[in-house]
Ligand binder design. Structure first.
Ligand code: ADP
Ligand code: MG
Ligand code: ZN
Length: 499
């Protein structure tokens, strides 16, 4: 097959409408696996967290993890889904070395949650509603490590290693309905959806949602149809998208690639594709199996899941404040305009500011530290705010030192610099750098008298009632105290000494 050239993004949009479909797999943070008692901790020695059930040994019998079902129902409720009153697990049969049972236990056509939606916040502060088709329970596979090849993929590898620790870890797959009408914003919508879902799952405390560790994984389905058409085009499903930014890049790349295919008169092949972080491009994976290939049938070793209405209601009662409710509350409490709220959200500052307030700082001060000085520092280092080596508690402590008059703003920034430079806690930086405000009145008075004596002309003017002349004396005192005096108090003292 030829490699058609990519089409300029603007031209893609002149000719086509994109359609998206996002499948997100989330590993639940239960202590034990979906159908056995093996631990689920990430990063253990390979093949130390396995048993006859998750290794699929003959005669082993699975038992459903109740906490996993509760998490699935809570996710469904938070996504505004209907919770199915009855459903069976099914066996999805296929052979792959990382799946020791040779089938995956999954809810095939009887998902626990269906027909929901998630409102997704875009960068400009507007929202789009993404409809959810279903959320269903399944189990994770093990992991293969292909050794010796250039790409880390099986092709060209010398040998492969298998780790079954992850086999049987509870997974929820959340699938959207086709997302249409987003036009040029399709890549952004894809990223914003995964972001919103991640934040929701984090608020529910059902997963640690680490894309870099694979506990949140996104497959992005993309197709194009001629502008104004209503019949969807053929989709590809891009896997291996390991960061929020990659979700956006992968969708955008697929749009430009598929447009190239279509404009040369060829057809888009329905297939899975792999996203390559380093090049920002996708390459073909396998052509997609159809449902028949999997020979689905109901799992005979498990009873159906039949959550009672009472249980579902009880779980509804356990839902925490959800991200959009929290945003609304914070907006009201801190009296933010839509634009201010959007900027705080985009900067990833909400959690940090809330934690700083929780540590005792007034909201206004907490906000201004994070969005002004600390944002500048993050920018200069090329990291996210949350990546700065300073904690909300430390920021709150610096704010308290300013409030008590022990630091002025300039010194406070130096203390923060010290914390960021790894010099320890704020108090340690104050002590080590000698940064406390000079609040010893005797020392201040002496400094003021000295400055007045050094500038007799200015002193004379002040004595004559020209208070504006005090500025020069304040400057001299601040200089003499290396900026560590309270300028307001210095001014008061100057006027006192000259009257
Ligand atoms: P599969 O089992 O092939 O992964 P799923 O139903 O689990 O299929 O997921 C397919 C995803 O793609 C869903 O989010 C669906 O809404 C979306 N989708 C279906 N058709 C198209 C299309 N033509 N273009 C883009 N997305 C599509
Ligand atoms: Mg799927
Ligand atoms: Zn096990």
């Amino acid at each position: 097959m030829s490699t058609p050239t990519l089409v300029d993004y603007d031209e893609v949009l002149e000719r086509f409408d994109p359609v998206l479909g996002l499948e997100v797999h989330v590993e639940l943070n239960t202590n034990t696996k979906m159908f056995c008692g093996c631990p689920t901790a990430f990063g253990a020695e390979p093949n130390t967290q396995v048993c006859p059930v998750c290794l699929g040994l003959p005669g082993a019998l699975p038992v459903v993890n109740r906490t996993a079902v509760e998490s699935a129902i809570r996710i469904g409720l938070a996504l505004n889904c209907d919770i199915a009153p009855w459903g069976r697990f099914a066996r999805k049969n296929y052979f792959y070395p990382d799946m020791p049972k040779n089938f995956q236990t999954s809810q095939y056509d009887e998902p626990i949650a269906v027909n929901g939606y998630l409102d997704v916040l875009l960068d400009d502060g507007s929202t789009v509603r993404v409809e959810i088709e279903r959320a269903h329970m399944e189990e994770d596979t093990g992991k293969s490590l292909h050794v010796g090849g250039a790409t880390g993929r099986i092709h060209g590898a010398e040998y492969s290693l298998l780790d079954y620790n992850r086999a049987g870890v509870p997974l929820i797959e959340i699938v959207t309905k086709p997302i249409v009408g987003t036009g040029a914003r399709a890549p952004e919508v894809a990223r914003a959806y995964v972001t919103a879902l991640r934040d929701l799952l984090r608020a529910l405390n059902v997963s640690d949602v680490r894309m870099d560790q694979g506990s949140l994984r996104c497959d992005a389905n993309v197709s194009l149809m001629p502008k104004g058409a209503t019949v969807f085009g053929t989709r590809t499903e891009t896997k291996n998208v390991n960061s929020l930014r990659s979700v956006e890049r992968a969708v955008r790349h697929e749009m430009t690639r598929q447009a190239g295919v279509l404009l040369t008169g060829e057809r888009v092949v329905q297939e899975t594709r792999h996203f390559d972080e380093s090049t920002g491009t996708t390459s073909p994976g396998r052509t997609k199996e159809t449902a028949e290939d999997y020979r689905y049938f109901p799992e005979p070793d498990l009873v159906p899941i039949a959550p009672s209405a009472e249980w579902v209601d009880e779980l509804r009662g356990t839902l925490p404040e959800l991200p959009w409710e929290r945003r609304r509350r914070i907006q009201a409490e801190w009296r933010l305009t839509d634009a201010e709220l959007r900027d705080l959200v985009n900067a990833g500052a909400l959690d940090l500011i809330e934690a700083t307030v929780a540590a005792g700082a007034p909201a206004g001060e907490a906000r201004s530290w994070w969005v002004a000085y600390l944002a500048q520092q993050a920018n200069a280092r090329g990291v996210e705010l949350v990546g700065l080596p300073i904690t909300p508690a430390q920021v709150a402590h610096v704010i308290a030192l300013v409030a008590s008059g022990e630091l002025n703003n300039k010194l406070a920034r130096q203390v923060v610099d010290g914390v960021l430079a790894g010099e320890g806690e704020p108090d340690e930086v104050v002590a080590a750098r000698g940064l406390a405000v000079v609040s010893d009145e005797g020392a201040l008075v002496a400094a003021v008298d000295e400055a007045l004596a050094a500038q007799p002309d200015a002193a004379e003017k002040i004595r004559g009632g020209k208070v504006a002349a005090a500025g020069a004396i304040v400057g001299a005192v601040m200089k003499a105290t290396r900026g560590q005096a309270d300028a307001k108090r210095v001014r008061e003292l100057i006027i006192e000494r000259c009257s």
